[in-house]
Design a binder for this molecule. Structure first.
Ligand code: NAD
Length: 764
């Protein structure tokens, strides 16, 4: 059973978002909505347009929208006939959904049919449907926005054919890149049931101990291993109306107490729904963010919680943070202890009703709500005796599941089943977790900020653990050691990657660059730049394949090292750019050279007639405008990824995919031979300078921008002599000179200092 074409019915927030994700993955989609009065396609069109305009972008490449065929549910149901999977994402009401299924039963007699419902039980939706339909039906619960939220809950019914579940799992995991959790057909499934209860309890306990919204968000964000948006900012992003809707449904369907306090209902009645309405728990006024004082209803200046105890925990490992939070003095400790106790208790009492195992519960919170570790891992981290003590302190009984635990919920690669036995944690096929590789003792070299790991099958992985993946002197030295090691031991090849959730590499260590410049230490700066370039070139020339597996932010030097590896296996969410001009420099780790060589050598196929200036201009624009991709597909359009480079939709599979690429290349590997191109010399420089002058005249470039542009033009044209043949090393030499010259200017040093201080570029 293979899914090759997808149908989506309902082109609202979720349906059109799912369509955009599937199309981004390269899969053809039929997207239907109800017919409009004048324009029969009105609603489907509007749904698609909203996705094309969405911020952050719903499409990884807008051109992929061409893969979506629009229609309406009266005239075009036949378009669904050759879809392998049809997902229903229409209005959250039983009758329209049932009516639609009755029609689909005939119109698409073979397709897998799924519902995106968040609250209606499958058994109710299936009333009236025949055996055949039931076998190919299940729930597929996506989260909003489908492109960015990793979790996809699958809800099979007792009638669902296991092959159908398998096909949807495979497609969801590999093609759509989601983290799959199989949930029971219970209200709210796994993530919303626990996540929403956690949010409501945080609000109630905050009131009980008289904390402010700022205090709660300071305590329940990164300190707990959760996103910066913590509790209230997350609610603002979701929308208070959505929170209300989901909690009302949960209360109705479970009989449990999901009531929101009156003041929250008051906000919703006033239309303060969160980010989309401009105010909710927070309010943006100009550049400032104000916080609601829920005791008065006024918005007041934000006051993040800063105490010596929290300061001491800030950079501690997660488990120390969790234990430390429970020991905080005063009301902050009381709040944390009660919140932990109440939510852990609810999780323990509810887990078996909603999930098949505790692993699924942890994944649901990790993937759906961005927790670093789910609730059972949290309980293990603080220790089950502490959990029992917390229950006693708050008058809570000991749940059966806790009684069954022998010391911890997870141990030695096993987890506690609901029946009291321990089972091996299922291995996710095609997923490599570095923590597991380390736990298995597969460490080949250990540096201060780096590790060389053995991924098996003769493939090593170089992990850069420096903050923001910066490339300082120590990391570069260790990278050479790693390359030496792989060569000396005859390994198949090397992967460059790591597991930070957001940043692959912010590039070279700017603080060190600035310090050297301010001390006028030009000799060591020249040497360091030379070494950086030679490292990039060594990645390319090594006698074994080197595969980079970048993801998220991949800037400057991080991009340059990726560009010089034999192959890139990128995560679909790749924000890659040579952004050095932002700090008054040009890429000098081979980035300028590389883009020039790529773009001009592509033109070689056109023979002597080729207009090489087109290649030079393309490299100039990419670097001078510091263009950064917003996805791997865009990085491909921009020229950062080549035909042979590959994309992993699923971040969890990235490292395993990169390892596989090494194994693909290794058997008959020969390093790329050095290249030569024709450089345009003075004539090319003249053309680029003219363009720069026009930008400056139009007020689009400052004097310093023009200065940087002129240096870049000089490098890209191979100097200002006559046109000539140049080697990669010729351009690397020019790149280095230009870099050092710019670094010596006051304005560039100001740009670097500003960026280090604010994280933003300075246009001076
Ligand atoms: P929405 O209101 O944005 O979109 C619903 C779309 O369905 C509209 O375009 C509407 O015109 C269309 N529609 C209504 N009746 C129809 C019919 N009979 N035939 C064809 N089209 C019809 O809703 P949404 O937020 O996208 O939610 C869709 C489904 O996804 C619901 O079941 C909802 O519970 C579920 N869901 C929503 C979210 C969320 O965050 N919004 C998250 C998970 C699941």
């Amino acid at each position: 059973m293979q899914i090759r074409k997808v149908g989506v019915v309902g082109a609202g927030t979720m349906g059109a978002g799912i369509a955009a994700l599937a199309a981004s993955a390269g899969v053809p989609v039929v997207l239907l909505d109800i017919p409009g009065k004048e324009d029969r396609l009105e609603f489907a069109k509007k749904g698609l347009e909203r996705q094309l305009k969405a911020r952050p972008a719903a499409f990884m490449d807008k051109a992929r929208a061409d893969l979506i065929q629009l229609g309406n549910t009266e005239d075009d149901l036949k378009l669904l006939a050759d879809c392998d999977w049809i997902v229903e994402a229409i209005i959250e009401k039983v009758e329209p959904k049932r009516e639609l299924y009755a029609r689909l039963e005939a119109a698409a007699p073979k397709a897998i049919i799924t519902t995106n419902t968040s609250s209606i039980p499958m058994s109710i939706l299936l009333e009236g449907r025949g055996e055949g339909f039931r076998r190919r039906f299940l729930g597929t619960h996506f989260f909003n926005p489908p492109r960015y939220l990793h979790l996809l809950e699958l809800i099979p019914t007792p009638d669902t054919d296991p092959q159908v579940l398998k096909a949807v799992t495979r497609f969801g995991e590999r093609i759509l890149g989601k983290g799959i959790v199989v949930a029971k057909d219970a209200p709210g499934f796994v993530a919303n049931r626990l996540g929403v209860m956690g949010m409501i309890q945080a609000i109630r306990i905050m009131q009980e101990f008289g904390l402010s919204i700022d205090e709660v968000d300071s305590l329940t964000g990164p300190l707990l291993g959760r996103p910066n948006s913590a509790t209230f900012r997350t609610a603002d992003l979701t929308g208070l109306d959505v929170l209300k809707l989901v909690s009302t449904e949960l209360a109705h369907n479970t009989g449990e107490d999901f009531a929101l306090p009156e003041w929250v209902n008051g906000l919703i009645e006033k239309g303060a729904l969160g980010e989309k309405s401009g105010a909710g728990f927070y309010k943006k006024v100009g550049k400032d963010i104000l916080t609601l004082d829920y005791t008065t209803g006024e918005y007041v200046a934000q006051q993040k919680l800063r105490t010596p105890e929290l300061g001491a925990l800030k950079d501690a490992p997660l488990h120390d943070k969790l234990r430390g939070l429970l020991k905080l003095p005063g009301k902050h400790g009381q709040f944390m202890r009660k919140l932990f106790a109440v939510t852990a208790h609810y999780t323990l009492e509810t887990a078996e009703k909603i999930a098949y195992d505790i692993v699924a519960v942890d994944h649901a919170l990790e993937w759906g709500f961005g927790w670093s570790e789910g609730p059972f891992k949290n309980m293990d981290a603080v220790g089950l005796e502490t959990v029992r003590e917390l229950f006693r302190e708050h008058g809570l009984s000991e749940p059966e599941l806790l009684k069954k635990a022998q010391g911890s919920f997870y141990k030695n690669g096993s987890y506690l089943g609901f029946d009291g036995h321990y089972y091996p944690v299922p291995k996710q096929e095609g997923v490599i977790k570095l923590a597991e590789v380390k736990a298995a003792g597969k460490v080949l070299l250990e540096g201060k900020e780096t590790t060389l790991l053995d991924l098996g099958d003769g493939v090593a992985l170089f992990e850069n653990r420096a903050k923001m993946g910066t490339l300082g002197e120590g990391v570069i030295r260790d990278l050479h050691k790693a390359l030496d090691w792989v060569e000396a031991h005859g390994y198949n090849g090397l992967v460059l990657s790591h597991e930070d959730p957001r940043t692959y590499s912010a590039g070279a260590n700017l603080a060190l660059v600035l310090m050297a410049a301010q001390e006028g230490d030009w000799d060591s700066m020249a040497l360091a730049t030379h070494q950086f370039q030679q490292t990039a070139m060594r990645l390319r020339r090594s006698p074994f394949p080197v595969v980079s597996a970048p993801f998220g932010l991949t800037l400057g030097g991080g991009a340059e090292f990726s560009l010089h590896s034999d192959l890139i296996q990128a995560h679909a969410e790749l924000y890659m750019g040579l952004v050095e001009v932002g700090v008054g420099l040009i890429p000098a780790g081979g980035g300028t050279k590389e883009m020039l060589f790529r773009f001009t050598s592509e033109l070689a196929a056109y023979g002597p007639e080729a207009d090489l200036f087109q290649g030079v201009k393309r490299a100039f624009q990419l670097i001078a405008l510091a263009q950064t991709s917003t996805s791997a597909l865009e990085a491909r359009n921009m020229g950062f990824l080549r035909g042979q480079d590959r994309i992993s939709m699923n971040r969890d599979r990235l490292i395993a995919d990169a390892k596989q690429r090494v194994l693909d290349l290794a058997p008959d590997y020969v390093p790329q031979v050095p290249m030569k191109i024709r450089a345009l010399g003075a004539e090319g420089i003249g053309n680029l300078r003219y363009a720069l002058w026009q930008f400056q005249e139009a007020g689009q470039a400052s004097e310093h921008d023009a200065r940087i542009g002129a240096e870049l033009a000089y490098v890209l044209c191979g100097g200002d002599g006559p046109a000539r043949e140049v080697s990669e090393q010729d351009i690397l030499d020019l790149e280095r000179e230009a870099f050092l010259k710019l670094l010596g200017t006051r304005k560039t040093q100001e740009r670097i200092a500003h960026t280090l201080k604010t994280g933003k570029p300075l246009r001076n």
